[in-house]
Ligand binder design. Sequence first.
Ligand SMILES: NC(=O)c1ccc[n+]([C@@H]2O[C@H](COP(=O)([O-])OP(=O)(O)OC[C@H]3O[C@@H](n4cnc5c(N)ncnc54)[C@H](O)[C@@H]3O)[C@@H](O)[C@H]2O)c1
Length: 248
Amino acid sequence: MHQFDLKNKTAIITGGAQGFGLDITKRFLNSGANAIIWDIDENELIKVSKEINNPNLSFNVVDVSNFKQVKDTVDEISKSSNIDILINNAGITGSTATLWDYDVDEWNKIVQINLMGTFNCCKSVVPYMIKNDYGRIVNVASVAGKDGNANASAYSSAKAGAIGLTKSLGKELANKNIAVNAVTPAGAKTRILDQMSKEHVARMLSKVPRCRFLEVEEFTSLICWLSSEENSFSTAAVFDISGGRSTY
Ligand SMILES: NC(=O)c1ccc[n+]([C@@H]2O[C@H](COP(=O)([O-])OP(=O)(O)OC[C@H]3O[C@@H](n4cnc5c(N)ncnc54)[C@H](O)[C@@H]3O)[C@@H](O)[C@H]2O)c1
């Protein structure tokens, strides 16, 4: 697999214990980066750290929806290292239901993790990136945030919010060497699919002109370029990786 030049860069990858985040972590390490994975799943963090067994990998148990936890962890990391790359990848879809049937607490939780989590991490990390005049931020949104998926109003709204956040923050930082972009993947076979009904997943797939799921490695390639120094111009942008589903 093609490598990117991420030597001497330190990256935080949220939701890095599995799925997209784990694959990104492996590729970052292979490309010379120091990777710090954040997740709420401590057992999985311990397991994958043992498996990967790389001195350039470390982890923190962090709930991205908890601003204080996020800020304290960022402040601690910043005492000994720059934070060059932030991948806001932690997310949940929640269950599948119409808006009027949706449980209010679950709706809130989905927004707290997918949207507020992205806000919390950006708010905590950006001041350090400004100080270092360098940063690459990638916010993992979803094609649901562009198109709106029926029976996934909380998830679609939160991901649309993450897209809006990316556009605002990218513009706020555009006069610095800090890029902020979002990506909008279509469905990939990770554990997140288990949260939704089989019918919902089949409906998602039926909308993809490529007629297949996105492979995690295909997704990681896009993330790597957006996270590299080579991406010196694109910012406040939304990069589509939906196999032709959304053409804007
Ligand atoms: N797989 C897909 O089909 C798909 C499609 C579009 C977008 N996405 C997005 O990609 C991202 C990664 O999803 P995935 O498919 O790898 O899912 P996944 O379930 O395999 O991994 C998500 C990880 O996030 C962690 N996480 C959940 N809540 C957290 C919190 N509050 N704080 C910290 N970590 C938390 C989980 O423990 C898990 O390890 C998500 O933002 C998701 O919305 C996924």
